[in-house]
Design a protein around this ligand. Structure first.
Ligand SMILES: Cc1ncc(COP(=O)(O)O)c(C=O)c1O
Length: 397
């Protein structure tokens, strides 16, 4: 699916800073389109004038509409969406609400995100669960046959990072969902880096829980993320912590848990950021997720192919169809220095520590990894200029 030149021009007009810099860091925190900024600025001004409660009252319909937008983005129902501070909180809400017993098994993937893995370690310390890593196949994707072979009645959770921090990998999230579903095992999908760069359909993914953040490929503000909790799965799960919003205090001795996913929220939150997230979702939907995905793939392929030509650079792709995140290392230059030198030339890329995806990093001997992620608003010409800046930096460092 193609984006028309007029559509691209309009999208770029909504991001005026693109005229001043080369922005290739949507995998870290992207740039917000103008409609997102406008809705948040307007709300902030109103909060400043009438106070937070008055602003919320006057925007009740728009604030409620954010749940519809997020639900539409991932093909869920609005009552299956909770808005929280970030993807980590969303993930923790689902994970820590699950009950584990000694001997239970948690299956996860080689590229699992660090925040999730340390929570598994804590569960192991607390309950005596075992953490088992499903091996990856020769292409780097999680090996589905190995997963099938690992399943028995003690597996109480399959937790998967769909698009990991490094490697450009897109794990076979849907195929894993089919296996989890067939065996009746809860499936928790970290979609933090998938949402906003590709179509996401929770009914096809067959996940029980899915978590994401606003600031990355969705191009929303920081400090907000969401949890999808499938209605039937949520009904079996009491949140690990509640307040009087999640569970109204209905009589002196009782509370009544909300019957929607907002049981994972608390009463107070940054409502301006909610509106920003809603606007970002609508923006992505108006561009079209298939169009976004196809542009992300072609621009990132151009970048990775260009980088492969540089001596001293190794591109670290995993998987048969790498996504927008292009990961690479130089054989002796420290990643942080390359990032800094690029930034002084107005090129924004990032470096991530191998500990973000420790298992994969240890297996491949990676310590620090450079990351560049073109998004649909970038152009082929910008990718070529990015390559030219990196070439210049490698020359002088
Ligand atoms: C794969 C993955 N999962 C989860 C997160 C956490 O997201 P947040 O920082 O919004 O909590 C990240 C952040 O980089 C990530 O890359």
């Amino acid at each position: 699916m193609q984006m028309t030149p007029t559509a691209l021009q309009r999208i770029r007009q909504d991001a005026p800073s693109l005229d001043e810099m080369l922005f290739m860091l949507s995998c870290g925190a992207s740039i917000m389109p103008q409609p997102v900024v406008n809705v948040m600025a307007k709300y902030l001004e109103l909060e400043a004038r009438v106070g937070g409660y008055g602003a919320a009252e006057r925007n009740a319909d728009s604030l409620s509409g954010v749940y519809d937008s997020v639900a539409r983005l991932i093909n869920a129902e609005r009552n299956e969406i909770a808005l929280v501070e970030n993807a980590t909180v969303a993930w923790q809400m689902a994970f820590y609400s699950m009950q584990f017993r000694r001997g239970d098994r948690i299956l996860t993937v080689e590229a699992e995100y660090a925040a999730n893995y340390v929570a598994f370690l804590q569960a192991r310390k607390r309950y005596g669960v075992s953490i088992e890593v499903i091996p990856s196949g020769p292409t780097g994707e999680t090996d589905l046959d190995a997963l099938e072979r690992m399943i028995d009645s003690r597996v109480k959770l399959i937790a998967v990072t769909w698009v990991p921090t490094n490697g450009g990998l897109t794990n076979p999230a849907e195929a894993i969902g089919q296996i989890a579903n067939r065996h009746g095992i809860p499936y928790l999908l970290d979609a933090c880096q998938a949402v906003g760069q590709m179509p996401v359909d929770v009914r096809q993914l067959k996940c029980d829980f899915l978590t994401a953040t606003s600031r990355k490929f969705l191009r929303g503000p920081r400090g907000v993320g969401f949890l999808y909790a499938r209605a039937e799965s949520m009904a079996r799960l009491e949140p690990f912590s509640i307040d009087h919003f999640a569970a109204p205090w209905t009589s002196r001795e009782e509370y009544t848990l909300r019957n929607d996913a907002r049981r994972f929220e608390t009463w107070e939150s940054n409502l301006g950021a909610h509106l920003g997230l809603g606007a970002a979702v609508e923006y992505a939907l108006s561009v079209g997720l298939e169009v976004i995905q196809s542009r992300c793939c072609s621009l990132s392929d151009r970048l990775r192919n260009g980088l492969r030509e540089f001596s001293g650079i190794t591109v670290l792709d995993l998987g048969t169809r790498p996504c927008a995140i292009v990961s690479f290392v130089h054989n002796h230059l420290p990643a942080a220095e390359v990032v800094k030198a690029c930034a002084t030339r107005n090129l924004f890329i990032g470096a991530s520590n191998g500990a973000s995806t420790r298992i994969d990093a240890e297996r491949r001997g990676l310590v620090e990894i450079l990351r560049a992620a073109p998004h649909y608003f970038n152009t082929e010409e910008e990718v070529d200029r990015t390559l030219a800046v990196i070439a210049e930096v490698l020359e002088i460092l």
